[in-house]
Design a protein around this ligand. Structure first.
Ligand SMILES: CC(C)(COP(=O)(O)OP(=O)(O)OC[C@H]1O[C@@H](n2cnc3c(N)ncnc32)[C@H](O)[C@@H]1OP(=O)(O)O)[C@@H](O)C(=O)NCCC(=O)NCCS
Length: 137
């Protein structure tokens, strides 16, 4: 497992509300959790009872648009299948077009919507799109 401090540093470069190293430690210790990390980015996921979930995905700004997130996600899919998952789920903010395009390109499809899922300090809450990828291929 990558050091939680490394994940927290990368996460802080990608999100307005960064998660602490202690939070990453707890997440990494939770059942079925796994992380795939490289120097410039990581994906944190878990696979339990036949279902996988992307918990978070971050790539450092200077390393974007070079296919890193795609490679990380593809590796997460391989790991999830090895752990027995038959489908992978994730939530993405409705206005996060970069991530939504990334996921659509990987074959994820919109499976639902969580109204007001993301609370923001300076703007109204925004819906999350639930996306699903079948791993039965
Ligand atoms: C979303 C994120 C992980 C993408 O990482 P990345 O390494 O740049 O992604 P990739 O290079 O693998 O991009 C794959 C495809 O996704 C889409 N995409 C990625 N970034 C995009 C952008 N800024 N605008 C439009 N499309 C984008 C494109 O279709 C891209 O393919 P292309 O470069 O051939 O056009 C990165 O921008 C990031 O960390 N953002 C902040 C955190 C975040 O939103 N995480 C996901 C939360 S659900």
């Amino acid at each position: 497992m990558p050091p939680p401090e490394v994940l927290a540093t990368l996460h802080a470069q990608a999100f307005d509300h960064p998660w602490s190293a202690a939070e990453f430690t707890a997440l990494l210790d939770s059942p079925g959790a796994f992380a795939i990390a490289q120097e410039e980015g990581f994906v944190l996921a878990r696979a339990i009872a036949g279902e996988a979930e992307i918990i978070t995905l971050a790539v450092a700004p200077a390393a974007r648009r070079q296919g890193l997130a795609t490679r990380l996600m593809e590796q997460a899919v391989v790991r999830a299948i090895a752990l027995g998952a038959e489908a992978m789920f994730l939530e993405v903010a409705e206005d996060n077009h970069a991530a939504a395009r990334l996921y659509a390109g990987l074959g994820f499809e919109i499976a639902g919507r969580r109204v007001g899922y993301y609370r923001r300090t300076d703007s109204p809450p925004i819906d999350a799109l639930v996306m699903r990828l079948s791993l039965n291929r």
